[in-house]
Design a protein around this ligand. Structure first.
Ligand code: PLP
Length: 371
């Protein structure tokens, strides 16, 4: 008989998959967490040129090429006004691996990890894989994470709390004051603030600020995945203090050795090349968000205003998600993101406006059926 670890038995394949499988083949998919744009041409070219020059046939340094890490440091100077040493960066296989490294390096058996509920599904699963105990924290009514709620949840056993802004699945953006508070809480309680900033560039209102601007006990996870529509390339990174990076590198060198070399060259080109593609994608998401919010309001659904990312999380009546899927549109039930997601649905608007309008017609029909 096979024997599997308790850690792996404690997690399962994401609930989001089940929704896809329940939908018909020609359904409109508003369940996906990835932009629908091509990767910028200059990023693709960065990889192609490196491949043709024979630069990607061997392992790179465990942390990633110095060229990429310098481009990441330059990005942090440009966008976050942060002085990051390229030696305090590890290039990873997407933001996903970066989150995994942070958990493995900081969470002892039984220690607690605080994360938003509803929140990105990986926080719960990675906590369990690291042997930790999940401490989901309910959000404010506007679906942002309250620093006071995080501080209240901290105990002597807390190792990490996760902040994610702009957020998946809510699309909300934390205020600069909240970010300052998160940094203070991390410093005062001596716990790690793990700041997942993969949607950093997709902000329509307000501004993205990193807790790293305000405190020491912070690790920032970011990626090219959403910013440059590079989910398939698998390139992210983590940056933090030298001692934390050294511990995360111990994990990374054994599970990954280094991030894929072609992807590293593509990422370097994306980060150091023209950034107007990022603005174009943001403007396009902004337009779609407005179409979606208007449509949802028209059918009487209340939606806390998403100020970033490409998700909205309306409050929906009982049976709504199933009725929408029946009408041929895939959306994800809020409870897939935690207990407090119940009564909501996550809608990803990474589709063109015409498709979105078609999906809204289906949602309207479903709403009429269930209300
Ligand atoms: N963090 C959040 C909040 C996400 O939504 C995702 C992907 O959906 C990730 C991290 C992981 O991104 P990547 O594709 O870079 O691994």
């Amino acid at each position: 008989m096979s024997h599997f670890s308790d850690r792996v038995e404690a997690i399962s394949i994401s609930g989001i998959r089940e929704v896809f499988e329940a939908a018909s083949d020609d359904a409109i998919n508003l369940g996906l967490g990835q932009p629908d744009f091509p990767t910028p041409a200059h990023a693709r070219r960065g990889a192609i040129e490196a491949i043709e020059a024979g630069h990607v046939d061997a392992y790179t340094s465990n942390k990633g090429t110095i060229g990429l890490r310098e481009a990441i440091a330059e990005k942090h100077a440009r966008d976050n006004d942060l002085d990051v040493d390229p030696n305090d960066i590890i290039a990873t296989a997407g933001g996903s691996e970066a989150l995994h490294l942070a958990m493995e390096a900081h969470v002892n058996e039984g220690e607690e990890v605080i994360f938003p509920d509803p929140g990105f599904v990986a926080y719960d699963a990675l906590t369990k894989l690291a042997g930790g105990t999940q401490k989901p924290v309910a959000l404010r009514d506007d679906l942002t994470l309250d620093p006071a709620a995080v501080e209240e949840a901290i105990t002597d056993d807390t190792a990490v709390f996760v902040v994610n802004s702009p957020a998946n699945p809510t699309g909300t953006v934390q205020s600069p004051e909240d970010m300052r508070e998160f940094a203070r809480i991390a410093d005062e309680h001596d716990v790690l603030c793990l700041s997942d900033e993969v949607y950093e560039q997709i902000v329509f209102e307000g501004e993205h600020r990193s807790p790293m601007e305000f405190g020491e006990n912070v690790a920032v996870v970011n990626a090219c995945s959403k910013t440059y529509s590079m989910t398939g390339w698998r390139l992210g990174w983590v940056t933090s203090t030298t001692d934390r990076i050294e511990r995360m590198l111990r994990v990374h060198q054994y599970v990954q050795a280094c991030a894929s070399a072609p992807a590293q060259y593509a990422a370097e080109a994306a980060l150091s090349g023209p950034q107007d593609v990022v603005t174009e994608m943001r403007d396009s998401f902004n337009e779609r968000r407005d179409v979606l919010l208007d449509g949802l309001a028209d059918m009487g659904l209340e939606t806390p205003t998403p100020q970033g990312a490409f998700y909205a999380m309306p409050r929906v009546p009982e049976g709504w998600v199933d009725a929408v899927i029946d009408e041929g549109v895939v959306v994800v039930p809020g409870e897939a993101f935690g207990e407090h997601g119940a009564g909501h649905a996550r809608i990803s608007y990474a589709v063109d406006v015409e498709t979105l309008k078609e999906a809204l017609d289906a949602m309207r029909a479903a709403t009429e059926r269930v209300s």
